[in-house]
Design a protein. Structure first.
Length: 133
């Protein structure tokens, strides 16, 4: 008998699960399977045999498998078995000996969200140039 999902505090994608498409969860997520798409969740725990091919956004991410894509997390733990190919934005980071990151590491200040895009450029006529000076 199934229980109500609204009382669940975490979800699990088992090692035999392959998801093609984006995954979004408001709860914590433990991934042992494969995801081919972007992943957004509260907190992520990735198993050693897991593969994520897409962007990851989480408050806390504990990576032990393969991530081929960017990661944005307030707290990031890269375990010794982890292999990350992509840019990483973090507030706090721990990389265990043997953990591999091939990409740009960007530190975010405490409380800073995703970087806001700069305002669009505006063309302003130079009065001196328009008057032929």
């Amino acid at each position: 008998m199934a229980t109500g999902a609204r009382h669940t505090t975490f979800s699990i994608l088992g090692s035999d699960v392959v998801v093609t498409g984006n995954v979004s969860a408001t709860v914590d997520l433990h991934v042992d399977g494969k995801i081919e798409g972007d992943l957004k969740c509260a907190n992520l725990v990735q198993g050693e045999a897991s593969e994520i091919k897409g962007a990851v956004v989480a408050e806390t991410a504990k990576i032990a498998g393969l991530v081929d894509g960017s990661i944005e997390a307030k707290t990031l733990v890269v375990h010794a078995s982890a292999r990350i190919t992509g840019d990483v934005a973090y507030e706090n980071i721990t990389i265990e000996t043997g953990g591999k990151v091939d990409g740009k590491l960007s530190h975010r200040r405490h409380g800073a969200g995703a970087a806001k895009a700069p305002p669009p450029l505006e063309v302003v006529e130079n009065k001196a140039m328009s008057q032929g000076l």
